[in-house]
Design a protein. Structure first.
Length: 34
């Protein structure tokens, strides 16, 4: 059961990292239009 909880937590972390990466990409595109 603990492993399942850890896996869920890891999934949440990965989703947060993806969202953070998108925010960083969007902000850099806004500051440096190609």
């Amino acid at each position: 059961m603990k492993f399942k909880n850890d896996l869920g937590g890891l999934f949440v972390v990965i989703e947060n990292l993806k969202h953070f990466k998108e925010l960083v990409i969007n902000s850099t595109d806004y500051e440096n239009p190609v």
